[in-house]
Every structure is written in structure tokens, then in C-alpha cells.
Design a protein. Structure first.
Length: 133
């Protein structure tokens, strides 16, 4: 990859490349977010996940950048945007992992059949009108 997402952001948002865009949407930063996401999911669920789609990651990063961007650049701002991106991603991915695990459990066991219905017909039963007491 050759920082295609930096170019994509500038094209779709009608922006000029600046240091923040170059740093936040760089391939190395996306790999860092992917690695951190994998670690969070591993510690919170115990399951190891594969690398997520960079296109999907880009969409979340673009949303975070659009909503939380500040005009000046510093290294703390990239870290802050990364943290906000992970705040969005971790709950979504964690939920999807747990749903997938439950799905695998559900399809691996046969469903319990419903019991046959019980007759409520009182044709053959005696009705005691006057109890003996």
C-alpha cells in the first residue's frame, strides 16, 4: 500500500494534504490501529481476530477525523484521534465476535423439539359435582 487512504481523504473531502492527514491516514497508523484493535479484542473476549478491512477502518477513521479534527497538528492529536477511533471500533468488533461465537454454538447443536400438545378435552373424564367431604 502506498498511503492510498491519504489521497482518498483529500479527494473525497476536498482537502489539501497536511501533516495531520498524512500522519492519521498513513499506512503505518492504520496498521497500529489494527494491531491495537486485535489486542483489545483478545484481552476482552479471549478470541483472536484477523486483520479487519482497511476500507471499513478508513470509513470509521474518516468519521472520527471529520467530527473531532482540530486545525493544528501535533503528535498528541494523532494519538487522540486513534483513541477515538478505537472507542468506536472496539465495541462494534467485540459485539460481532461474540455474536459469531454464539452463532457457531447454535448451528453445532440440534434444536430441542417441542413437546406434543396435551389434550384438554374432558370427554372421558368424570366430573365430581358433589365432593365427598
Amino acid at each position: 500500500m502506498t498511503n492510498r487512504f491519504v489521497k482518498e481523504v483529500c479527494k473525497t473531502q476536498n482537502l489539501q494534504i497536511d501533516p495531520l492527514i498524512s500522519a492519521f491516514f498513513s499506512d503505518s497508523n492504520m496498521q497500529l490501529i489494527q494491531k491495537t484493535l486485535k489486542n483489545y479484542i483478545k484481552t476482552s473476549t479471549g478470541y483472536t481476530i484477523d486483520t479487519q478491512s482497511n476500507s471499513n477502518l478508513f470509513v470509521v477513521m474518516l468519521w472520527v477525523y471529520t467530527n473531532f479534527n482540530k486545525p493544528c497538528y501535533n503528535s498528541k492529536q494523532v494519538s487522540h484521534l486513534n483513541a477515538l477511533t478505537l472507542e468506536e471500533l472496539v465495541p462494534m468488533v467485540r459485539s460481532n465476535v461474540l455474536q459469531y461465537v454464539q452463532y457457531l454454538k447454535d448451528i453445532s447443536t440440534l434444536p430441542t423439539p417441542i413437546e406434543h400438545g396435551k389434550s384438554t378435552n374432558m370427554t372421558n373424564q368424570q366430573i365430581i359435582l358433589n365432593p365427598p367431604w
